[in-house]
Ligand binder design. Structure first.
Ligand code: BGC
Length: 750
């Protein structure tokens, strides 16, 4: 037998094996379904929160007792927010040992940027442009969460974010659909890997389907009205990739209505697109209470009608509405909902339970020794540190104020956030422990003893948590005097300001996105006292940094970087790591510019620079451009792009090549970006669209040639009917270090 034949045979056996395994799952689901009553099928479609922690409005008094009764009757298919193997085991034992059929629960949890060990918030992490690290970060999260009994995460969030007022921009990968798609794919791979059956992998959840990021005026849960053309080209691509290439096992629908229909009751989104056009074979979970919320939307008369709509339009699992478990069996019995609807939903849910291996070993995620060994594992802390430093974005560095020499004398560190070990954890970290981040001060201490700290103004008043708004301290200015005296007597001042960790995330929309409260006043006064200021920012969304950009010589965007925050920030401050992060959301000049995004259309009266003629698309009082563009980030070295060439290859392929040289004195990493613009098409196309990027590491003086091939898939687009079209004609191809600073060449495909 030749070697090739041997390989072929092995491949064949592999595929037959995979197929028969799937067949067994299908057969086993069929056999189980045949035994189930209508109530038991509906039970699989019911998900409750635990009482250990909640991530939405707390369940009503008295629910706990009822919940345990329902659990024993097989009326619960899944729980979320159960903490730790001991509790998971306790609840799972009831499901397995006390219900008629012993079907195990699937345990969901919001593992958004880690379970115990926290990586940077997802928006920050996306600024690393390092897909391998992003995948490892999700792998780390899955390893810890699965060791704590969890088998399903409600992540990644892949909503496109164009409006920094929206608090949930921190959970995604920014404003670009192509980049969001591949970052989400890396995250799904990290959670699920190739084998969901392993005990250290968990099912992922693509959320929120769909268009939640387009909430009007950035206000949480608000209405969304967007055209089908935008839906197909901007909103859908990450989800389509997650389903088709990522084999994501679950999808969560969204709170918002889309063009008049709540997503949870949308036949179009769930049955036509997701389960129809894309053939999604996992299950859809509603968002927290979103089934019954259709009453408040004005789309259902009452809870019962909401249940009927949600189930028939394809929401397979009801998170926390208590709606399916109350009404659905009756609706099926009366013929108002077809039994095939609940058969299909239960089949999807059971299939994922089989795939996870829960049906064979319901306690496979409940090993306390593993839990003990893996949570906060030292390798995880190292990884979180590595990701954190790569997520930092250097926005400005005049007079080469950074990096700071460790011999630098008399450094002042000012700001409440510099000593904070909680805020840097960011929002959405319910599995982790409060106060477990390395504060900036501690990070700095590892590099120098020559610093003095003053808090300045206190950021907040009293206790804060995930469920409540942060109360800003807007009156107490007593700390400023001391801070100013310190600034005056120092050679260099590091000012750490920004948002408290719970000022972004769900329910945290803001109309003012400046540096909050008295911190900006303090920054201004410090700058008056000593202009050698390094501004270290902590925040969960793009902020309006106009004043700082105009005055402060060095600005470092440090987001909420998770567990290793302070170490990572100090590495960059003192030059141990040369910053390489680049923004994945445009930073506006003011809240009035929102929504702002680089891939907008040109309009018929595009911007004319340097003119006072009014008849063009612009603001009378402010530039059109963002303060910092998409893809922007500086380094302690410099890069030069040269030898840019585009060439047409057969089959409408465009070869793009260029060289990047590190022209500075330090080794570094650069994220080279390729954009296109379709010059004329049957529908207007964006002025720029990211199509490729590459992060390259270059020693000082070194250069590297980069080559990409763009195909019809990159040059085409979806029309309003959702059909993908490629149209010949002229295209601008752009290369550069960010969306603003590009070189352009035109190519025509005939
Ligand atoms: C959020 C979801 C989250 C769910 C469960 C909801 O409020 O919108 O993203 O997964 O709660 O915590």
């Amino acid at each position: 037998m030749t070697k090739q034949l041997g390989i072929l045979l092995m491949l064949l056996l592999f595929f037959v094996g995979a197929f028969s395994q799937q067949k067994t799952i299908d057969q086993r689901v069929d056999s189980l379904l045949a035994l189930m009553t209508i109530e038991e099928k509906v039970g699989q479609m019911n998900q409750y929160t635990s009482f250990w922690t909640v991530t939405g409005p707390a369940p009503a008094e008295g629910r706990q007792k009822k919940q345990y009764e329902q659990l024993r009757q097989g009326l619960i298919g899944s729980m979320l927010n159960v903490i730790g193997t001991e509790n998971v085991r306790k609840v799972q034992e009831i499901a397995v040992n006390e219900t008629r059929l012993g079907i195990p629960l699937i345990f969901g949890f919001d593992i958004i940027h880690g379970y115990k060990t926290l990586a940077p918030i997802p928006l920050a992490e996306s600024c690393s442009w390092d897909l391998d690290l992003i995948e490892q970060s999700a792998r780390m999260a899955a390893t810890e969460a699965s060791a704590a009994g969890i088998n399903w995460t409600f992540a990644p969030m892949m909503d496109i974010s164009r409006d920094a007022r929206w608090g949930r921009v921190m959970e995604g990968a920014g404003e670009d659909p192509y980049y969001t798609a591949i970052v989400s794919l890396a995250r799904i791979k990290g959670f699920q890997t190739q084998s969901l059956a392993a005990n250290n992998t968990i099912a992922a959840c693509a959320k929120h389907f769909a268009a939640y990021g387009f909430a009007e005026a950035g206000k949480e849960y608000n209405t969304v009205n967007i055209d089908p053309y935008t839906l197909h080209n901007v909103v859908f691509p990450p989800f389509e990739m997650a389903v088709k290439e990522g084999n994501v096992r679950t999808v969560m629908n969204s709170f918002n209505s889309l063009n008049g229909v709540p997503a949870t009751g949308s036949h179009y989104l769930q049955r036509e697109i997701l389960k129809g056009k894309w053939n999604f074979d996992g299950f859809i979970v509603s968002d927290w209470g979103s089934v019954k919320q259709m009453v408040a939307h004005g789309y259902a008369e009452d809870d019962k009608q909401a249940v009927k709509i949600a189930a028939t339009t394809g929401s397979d699992m009801d998170m926390e509405s208590e709606g399916y478990v109350t009404y659905l069996a009756d609706l099926v019995r009366k013929g108002e909902v077809s039994e095939s609807v609940i058969n299909d939903a239960a089949r999807r849910i059971l299939t994922v339970k089989f795939e996870l291996g829960l049906m064979d070993d319901p306690f496979k995620y409940c090993d306390p020794t593993r839990e003990e060994k893996l949570l906060y594992h030292k390798e995880h802390k190292k990884l979180a540190h590595e990701i954190a430093k790569k997520s930092i974005v250097l926005l400005k560095n005049e007079r080469n104020l950074l990096p700071i020499s460790s011999k630098q004398k008399k450094i002042a560190v000012i700001g409440d956030l510099a000593a904070d070990d909680n805020s840097p954890l960011g929002s959405w970290r319910i599995g982790s422990d409060d106060h477990s981040a390395v504060p900036v001060l501690e990070g700095i201490k590892a590099y120098t003893k020559n610093y003095t700290y003053e808090r300045g103004v206190a950021l907040k008043n009293g206790k804060t948590d995930f469920l409540h708004h942060v109360k800003l301290n807007n009156t107490d200015t007593t700390g400023i005097g001391k801070a100013l005296r310190l600034a005056k007597s120092s050679e260099l001042v590091i000012v750490v300001v920004g948002e408290h960790g719970f000022m972004s995330g769900e329910g945290r929309a803001r109309t003012d996105i400046g540096i909050p409260h008295l911190q900006l006043d303090m920054l201004k006064q410090i700058y008056e006292a000593n202009s050698n200021v390094v501004l270290v920012l902590m925040n969960g969304r793009p902020l309006d940094l106009s004043w700082a950009e105009e005055h402060i010589p060095a600005i470092l965007e440090c987001w909420h970087l998770g567990t290793a925050s302070g170490n990572a920030i100090a590495d960059v401050l003192f030059g141990d790591y040369n910053p390489s992060g680049k923004l994945t959301m445009s930073f506006p000049r003011s809240v009035g510019q929102l929504p702002i995004y680089y891939n907008h259309y040109n309009t018929g009266k595009p911007f004319i620079p340097n003119t006072d003629i009014v008849f063009h698309s612009h603001y009378a009082d402010q530039a059109n451009t963002p303060l910092y563009p998409f893809g922007f980030g500086l380094s302690y070295t410099t890069y030069e792009y040269s030898d840019f060439q585009v060439a047409l290859r057969d089959a409408n392929k465009v070869k793009v090549s260029f060289e990047i040289k590190n022209t500075g004195k330090k080794a570094g990493e650069e994220v080279a970006q390729v954009y296109i613009r379709d010059i004329a098409a049957s529908l207007v196309r964006p002025v720029q669209e990211l199509k490729r990027f590459k992060k390259v590491a270059l020693e000082a003086g070194a250069s590297q040639k980069i080559e990409f091939t763009l195909t019809e898939k990159d040059l085409g687009f979806y029309n309003s009917k959702g059909l993908f079209v490629f149209e010949k004609g002229s295209f601008d191809i752009m290369i550069g270090a960010n969306a603003r600073d590009v070189q352009t060449k035109r190519i025509t495909i005939k």
